[in-house]
Design a protein around this ligand. Structure first.
Ligand code: NZQ
Ligand code: ZN
Length: 388
């Protein structure tokens, strides 16, 4: 049975090789001052920074810049942006980058005029925004998070050692996002596979929950198959437009809320990864991959039919001659083999964790109830030890 839902997504997507052409017309809908938010060096190296600046000048905008947004964006960086918004009375925050840059922009948008302490109010207490929200838009340069079409904003509070994830309501979603797959050609292989695993993880977090026959699950299976096939092609030829465009659109679809409609969801792998990230600053998708393998083996007996379906539909594993348990196991074995094939890192040690960190990560991870088994902190620790 499909659960009841209301669906609304306010983000306009401009997709394709010529999509930057739409920026000028979109800018006309906003006031004079634009805060341009970007990362460390990628958009200056590949020329996108100059192109965007030309269009902003043509549109007669006053441009204020927040540069150097780091992967796993920090709260202090976000507060820097908030101060710029207030000082220059910014009308639009334009994020040019990957998920970290877009998440930081959304955090600024909702926090700049917040009269309380924003991290506590929004990322710890999950209160709804009641203050003025500045409009956000994005130009995506790396595929994976889906931040370009959702309300997610993941911000790391360095002193508290909390990587806080928050899903904001539609007012905080990007008003428009420009997706040109060619911008992703310069993403390193490490970041590309990390991004694709992030997409796959979003899909699996939504898939491995509940047992009803649900159209959303069929959609997820198709997106998983496409992610697997297209990553294989892109690894051989990073400038293959078709595969890079499929990878980019899969990532958007995997977390633009369509694939979560009408069904229960898990998200425990993300909860553990966020704390792993708070301690190690690892690439998000790599952390997810490391945790996913022991996590899914651990919860498999509690959702065995779904894991068997995953093996058959996503990995084309024949059911003949196998028990349901053997089939389910073969599906996760196939996921592990795919990780190895694609150079996905699945050891926490390689991702910068130390043995002393593991209990702290386990204790501080949120424990959710939507998956096939609610974990205890001890079980989280066992899972971390298994992929150490
Ligand atoms: O800093 P620059 O120079 O921009 O380099 C970045 C960064 O080093 C580089 N990069 C991006 N585009 C590039 C490029 N390098 C060359 N060419 C390009 N075109 O890639 C590196 C990683 O970028 P980052 O934005 O950190 O990656 P990603 O998109 O994977 O974002 C990860 C962050 O998003 C959060 C994660 O937790 C993590 O903090 N998430 C956000 C979600 C959401 N908003 O819904 C959901 C996700 O589950 C996730 O938690
Ligand atoms: Zn993710």
């Amino acid at each position: 049975m499909l659960l009841d839902f209301s669906y609304y997504n306010p983000t306009r997507i401009h997709f394709g090789k010529e999509s930057l052409q739409h920026l000028g017309a979109e800018l006309a809908n906003y006031g004079k001052t634009v805060l341009l938010v970007y990362g460390k060096s990628a958009i200056k190296k590949n020329g996108l920074y100059d192109q965007v600046l030309d269009i902003l000048r043509e549109a007669d905008k006053t441009v204020v810049e927040l540069s150097g947004v780091m992967p796993n964006p920090t709260y202090s960086k976000m507060l820097e942006g908030c101060a710029l918004v207030r000082k220059h009375e910014v009308d639009l925050i334009l994020a040019v980058g990957g998920g970290s840059v877009i998440d930081c922009a959304k955090g600024i948008a909702v926090s700049a005029y917040c009269e309380e302490e924003p991290f506590k109010k929004y990322w710890l207490d999950f209160q709804p925004p009641a203050n003025k929200i500045v409009s956000v838009a994005s130009i995506l340069t790396m595929a994976g998070t889906g931040s370009e079409m959702n309300g997610g904003s993941v911000i790391t509070h360095e002193e508290m050692k909390i990587k806080g994830g928050r899903v904001f309501p539609p007012e905080v979603y990007p008003k428009f996002s420009i997706l040109n797959p060619e911008y992703t050609y310069t993403v390193s292989q490490y970041q590309m596979v990390s991004g694709v695993f992030d997409t796959m993880s979003h899909l699996m977090e939504q898939y491995f929950s509940g047992s009803d026959n649900n159209t959303t699950d069929y959609l997820i299976e198709a997106l998983l198959r496409s992610s697997i096939d297209n990553l294989r092609v892109a690894l051989k030829n990073p400038e293959d437009y078709e595969s890079r465009s499929n990878i980019m659109w899969n990532a958007t679809m995997a977390l633009n809320t369509v694939t979560g409609l009408s069904k229960s969801q898990d998200w425990e792998v993300h909860m553990i990864e966020h704390q792993l990230g708070a301690y190690t600053d690892c690439a998000h998708g790599m952390g997810l991959a490391a945790i996913s393998l022991p996590y899914y083996r651990h919860i498999m007996p509690h959702g065995i039919e779904k894991f068997a379906r995953f093996a058959m539909v996503v990995w084309n594993i024949a059911a003949e001659g196998k028990t349901t348990e053997e089939l389910a196991q073969a599906g996760i074995d196939a996921l592990e083999a795919f990780c190895t094939e694609c150079g996905i890192v699945t050891s926490l040690k390689e991702l910068g964790a130390t043995e002393e960190m593991l209990p702290k990560i386990a204790e501080s991870s949120f424990l959710l109830e939507g998956g096939y088994k609610k974990l205890s902190s001890n079980e989280v620790l066992e899972i971390l030890q298994e992929c150490f």
